[in-house]
Write a protein that binds this ligand. Sequence first.
Ligand code: NDP
Ligand code: 2IT
Length: 443
Amino acid sequence: MVDKSVLDRIIKKNPGETEFHQAVTEVYNTIQPALEKHRKYRDEKIFERIAEPERQVMFRVPWLDDEGEIQVNRGFRVQFNSALGPYKGGLRFHPSVYLGIIKFLGFEQVFKNSLTGLPMGGSKGGSDFDPKGKSDKEVMRFCQSFMNEMFRHIGADTDVPAGDIGVGGREIGYLFGQYKKLVNRWDGVLTGKGLNWGGSLARTEATGYGLVYFLEEMLKVKKENIKGKTAISSGSGNVSIYTVEKIHQLGGKVVAVSDSGGYVYDKDGIDVNTLKDIKEVHRGRISDYIKKHPKAEYHEGSTKIWNLKADIALPNATQNEIDKKSAEILVKNGVIAVAEGANMPSTIEAIDVFHEAGVLFGPAKAANAGGVATSGLEMAQNSQRMSWSFEEVDARLKDIMKNIYEQSYKTSVEYGQKGNLVVGANIAGFTKVADSMIDQGLV
Ligand code: NDP
Ligand code: 2IT
């Protein structure tokens, strides 16, 4: 029987953190078969312990804008769980960031990192700073100030941050430079570094490519593949761009991408070079796409992208971008598979709609784990003072994604819910962390 009081207590203890409540609720409800089967998890109060971060830091980030005006933002680093290895997880810079967002992301990261099979604990951080519209110098001053506090909490064997929304190569560079200056040591303390200074080949591509490798595995159940399929990939940042690239390499066609302003529909398939030019080179808006491709259409309203018809839906922008209604429309339009590149992009109700309709569903913590897995490979290369070829990293990434799929599928079968990858991934991720926590005693 589900002991609802556990969840009630966690929710009450963390008031107002709605995204965190959602993530905790989803995991708790789906791991029940494991809690039933292994009494020790309840006796050891593993879920109660796992839902409480080991440590969380909030700090002031003051910086000077280009007008010489003082700005003050808030910084976060939530170190959730170190049972499996050093804390590991990205940084998000977005005006919507508050403790509840960082905690939901950190909580998810614990299980995701467990699924990769690499020795990484889970953490997340970020700030309510908005890099959009800021000059490079402003971003640099912000990042330096952010690191002036964060450096004392992280380290190559302690906690290794990386990118997430609003944090890419530019930000990692400024953060890394300041860390190095503060500690007077070259450490592999961040991942997603530049290729000249310790970064890994294929890290930039890893989340999107990994998502598509996972999708390929999912489709095999229906004896399907990507060739000839149409897809929607929301967002137009790091994850979406490399999802589009890989889908096209495998003979599929992504017909729509978006940003927070709206979406572009291109029936001939989104031109990935235009996408990279707009987003990576010019930091522009997706509406610019139609300047180069006048036959494509731009529509305002980002979530309307889910009204389009396609075989495959890949939510690659942000949390809760697919609600029940959008899920119902996707199902009505004949979607056969949904794989989540973003973190928690589908609401719990939307996931139910997909499952009930028999749509193949790949949950974020399994499907988008390729990014952090490749960060793990970057850490390994840094420790060895080596760098591997693109082909080697890509092959390892593919292997890891295949393995995550198999673990999730096998676990869904073992716990009597064949093909439910939410149950499979959550239980597989959870049990490994839980067993490790028990091994390590009450700490
Ligand atoms: P980017 O900052 O590169 O791109 C984010 C994209 O999503 C942009 O197109 C942005 O539009 C859009 N977006 C962000 N917030 C919103 C919002 N509130 N409403 C509508 N659109 C929004 O980030 P990433 O591509 O790195 O991250 C995308 C998702 O993938 C996130 O959920 C992240 O947590 C997840 N993820 C990222 C990994 C990585 O390695 N980078 C790894 C695993 C998961 P706009 O520019 O208009 O804001
Ligand atoms: O959500 C995620 O997994 C990421 N943003 C990547 C984290 C990482 O450490 O590479």
